[in-house]
Structures are given as structure tokens and as C-alpha cells.
Design a protein around this ligand. Structure first.
Ligand code: RNT
Ligand code: ZN
Length: 422
């Protein structure tokens, strides 16, 4: 049953008092949360399909499993589904688009021909939603990426094609930023890598660095677009070596002043990106996160409020300036309702940030005092503080469904809209 407004508010009052007793100002935490947008990834809505008609399958080592009915088949359907998803999430978020979600009016527009005009409807939609847009060149699902290499390809012509695509993507990102008054994070991920042991790892890495330098040659105003690059440990079909490894891109970002994108599924399974946030922020002014949930591998499961996510949320806050960390989601699950998948993942991300914001300062003080016993005790006690009452109140005050009531809205929409798609 959905709690009444009265219950939500009295639970919030009691929770505020409980937090005040440990020195936490709940109102301040809520106000800070409202200022942290999470960039929803458009590709959860249609299983990384896109709206081109160029052939080529998904590729790039990406895999989406499941056949839940009702995926978006057109840009209008995808936008309608996003409207629904955003209405279930408190606060103002962003939308992260991939290049192959342009609208090409039935024409064959190849990746090296795209421009901002193909994204006009997306810009109009974002204006209407009052949200910012982020962007990604799509360097997969294309015949020119058929052998798994793009910017590091040994063939100059293929490299040139992808350089042009990425160049145009940055221009589109800048057009988004200009039109919407908030910088677009334009993130380059390429699938390039080797299934089996390469004889030469150096040459492809040299070519990747060279191609990226070409892509980023033209300076674009950071108030319009911010360049990010995304490393990866391995992918399906690139088990032995990925050209754009963590070390490759960390060095690239430090020397070229780019944002590093840390994807939660792109490291060894026991590594968490939470520990990497402060490490890379020593050298880079800003970074991008692709929050995801790998189950045994980079499986891109829907983000849930796991220990890993809690650590990511707290670290973003604990660094002292969350504005330096751009938070994006990256997962794709076709086995459940896709709008629910957006709502679950985004709400979980926001909860993790809220819990980080509600952390009692006494934990840090215990550490400063060298009292590790107190630090561990307080960390454990903090886990049972009533953050749920604060979260419910935040949802309610933002006019968003409280508790699992959002699922009823998804079901209603499913009956009327997505369930009718064939
Ligand atoms: C792939 C990367 C990349 C993609 C998206 C679709 O492993 O994580 O970010 O998931 O660009
Ligand atoms: Zn990613």
C-alpha cells in the first residue's frame, strides 16, 4: 500500500530528528541531491537498437539478452517512454544519446555524414523537458566496424571514416550544449581489440592515440561540450587485448586534458570504480561515470542499490565536489519492462547519492582522530539510519510516486502503450 502524505511527512520529521542527533542536516542533503543530475542512457529503451537502416547487427562485443515485449521502435516511441520514465524519478536528470539514434527521415545517412540537424527533435524534446543532453559516437553496429576495429584500424580509410564520425559527434555535442545551455559530455568508446594474443599491441595503440588527436583537433568551447574517453578491460570477442585499456586512456586524459569515463563493468570483477574516483580526480578536473552492474562479467545488468553502488555514491560525495563527476548510467536489460529498468536504476543511483549525502561527519572525525574502532562502529550504525523516510519525502516533494507506486504507473502505461506494440 502507498503511504499517505501525512505518514510520509511525519516519518520524515522523525527521520530528520534522528539525523540531527548525529549532526546531519537532512534538508541540506536533499537540496544537494536535487543538484546532481543522472544521465539516463537512451539505449535501455530499445536494446541498443538505434534508428538507422545501415545493417550490421549490434557487434562490438555488446550483447543484450531477453525478449520482454514493448520496446520502442521509433524516436517518438522512445521519447514517450522516456517521458514516462522521467516522471517516475525525482529531480531533474539528463539524457544520454548515441549517434545512431538520429532521425534520418528514411534516408541512408552514413555515420560520417551525420550532423545536428538529425537531432533536432531530440533538442526540442530536451528543451521541453528542461534537461541537458549527452552524446556518444556509435563506433559499432556498422559494416565498417565488422572486424572489430575502428579508430585503431590498420586500414587508413577505415580510420578516416571513424575519425570523421567522432569529429561530427563532437560538433553535435557542442550544438546540444549551445542549444540547451548546459555542456554535453561527448563520450568516445571504441570496441577495438583482439580475440587472441596479438603479435603487436603497440602499433594499434599508437594509431588509436593518433586518431583521437585528429578527432579532438578542433577546440570546442567546454561550456558546450566536454570530451570523454572510455577504457575497457575486455569484451566478448576481445578477450585477449583491448586497444583502449585503462592505462592507455588514463595517460591520454592526463596529457590531453580529457575526461576519463569509468564504466563499472570495465575492470577486473573484484575492482570497483568507487576507489578509482578520488585517484583519478587527483590528476583530472572532471570525470564521467558509466554506472552499470556486472554479474560475473560486464553483463550490464540493471543498477541496484548494491554495496558497490553505495560505495560509488558515497565516493562521489566524499570527494567534496560532486560537480566534478558526471554521472551516467550504462546497462541494457531486455528481460524486464524497459521503463521499469530505467526507473529502478536511476532511483537506485539517486538513493546511493542521498545515502552518501546523509553520512554522519563523525565517521571522518573518528578517522582523523586515529580511532579506527569508532570509524567502523559508526559506519555500521550509519547503515540503519532512516534514509528511506528521507527518500520517500524527497519523491513526494518532487511530485513523484512514493515507494513501489511507480510500478503501478508503469503497468498502466504498459497496458495502454508498450503492451500494444508488436
Ligand atoms: C561498452 C561501453 C559503452 C556502451 C555504450 C552503448 O562496453 O560500456 O559505453 O555500453 O556506448
Ligand atoms: Zn560504458
Amino acid at each position: 500500500m502507498v503511504p499517505s502524505k501525512k505518514h510520509i511527512e511525519s516519518a520524515f520529521r522523525l527521520a530528520s530528528e534522528r539525523y540531527a542527533a548525529v549532526g546531519v542536516n537532512v534538508e541540506r542533503a536533499i537540496a544537494a541531491l536535487a543538484k546532481i543530475p543522472v544521465s539516463l542512457h537512451c539505449w535501455q529503451g530499445d536494446d541498443v537498437g538505434g534508428f538507422e537502416n545501415l545493417g550490421g547487427g549490434l557487434g562490438g562485443g555488446l550483447a543484450v539478452t531477453g525478449n520482454y515485449p514493448g520496446k520502442a521502435r521509433t524516436p517518438d516511441e522512445l521519447r514517450a517512454d522516456l517521458d514516462k520514465a522521467l516522471s517516475l524519478i525525482p529531480g531533474r536528470q539528463r539524457l544520454n544519446l548515441h549517434a545512431f539514434y538520429g532521425e534520418f527521415g528514411g534516408k541512408k545517412v552514413d555515420r560520417d555524414e551525420i550532423d545536428a540537424s538529425h537531432f533536432k527533435n531530440w533538442i526540442d524534446w530536451a528543451k521541453q523537458q528542461k534537461i541537458g543532453l549527452d552524446f556518444n559516437p556509435t563506433c559499432f553496429a556498422h559494416p565498417q566496424a565488422a572486424d572489430g576495429f575502428t579508430l585503431s584500424h590498420a586500414d587508413k580509410g577505415i580510420r578516416k571514416f571513424w575519425i570523421e564520425h567522432c569529429r561530427r559527434s563532437r560538433e553535435i555535442g557542442a550544438a546540444f550544449g549551445k542549444a540547451l545551455g548546459t555542456p554535453c559530455v561527448t563520450n568516445v568508446w571504441v570496441p577495438d581489440g583482439f580475440k587472441d594474443t596479438p603479435a603487436d599491441r603497440m602499433a594499434p595503440r599508437e594509431r588509436l592515440a593518433e586518431s583521437l588527436d585528429e578527432v579532438f583537433k578542433k577546440p570546442l568551447p567546454p561550456k558546450h561540450t566536454l570530451d570523454a574517453v572510455e577504457p575497457k578491460l575486455f569484451g566478448i570477442g576481445t578477450e585477449s587485448c583491448t586497444v583502449g585499456s585503462a592505462e592507455f586512456y588514463l595517460g591520454y586524459c592526463i596529457t590531453r586534458k580529457k575526461l576519463l569515463c569509468l564504466d563499472a563493468g570495465h575492470f577486473h570483477p573484484t575492482e570497483s570504480i568507487s576507489d578509482k574516483i578520488s585517484s583519478v580526480l587527483i590528476y583530472l578536473p572532471e570525470i564521467l561515470l558509466h554506472v552499470s552492474r556486472g554479474v560475473r562479467w560486464d553483463s550490464d545488468h540493471v543498477v541496484t542499490l548494491s554495496d558497490d553502488l553505495l560505495s560509488i555514491g558515497r565516493e562521489i560525495i566524499a570527494t567534496g565536489n560532486p560537480a566534478r563527476v558526471h554521472v551516467g548510467l550504462d546497462y541494457f536489460d531486455a528481460s524486464i519492462n524497459r521503463i521499469a529498468a530505467w526507473a529502478i536504476g536511476t532511483r537506485s543511483m539517486l538513493k546511493a547519492l542521498l545515502i552518501g549525502l546523509l553520512e554522519p561527519a563523525a565517521i571522518r572525525r573518528a578517522e582523523v582522530a586515529g580511532d579506527t574502532t569508532a570509524r567502523l562502529s559508526l559506519q555500521e550504525e550509519a547503515k540503519s539510519l532512516p534514509f528511506g523516510a528521507v527518500w520517500d519525502y524527497y519523491c513526494e516533494s518532487q511530485g513523484v510516486a512514493v515507494g513501489a507506486a511507480w510500478l503501478d504507473e508503469v503497468r498502466t502505461y504498459e497496458k495502454a502503450v508498450t503492451g500494444k506494440r508488436t
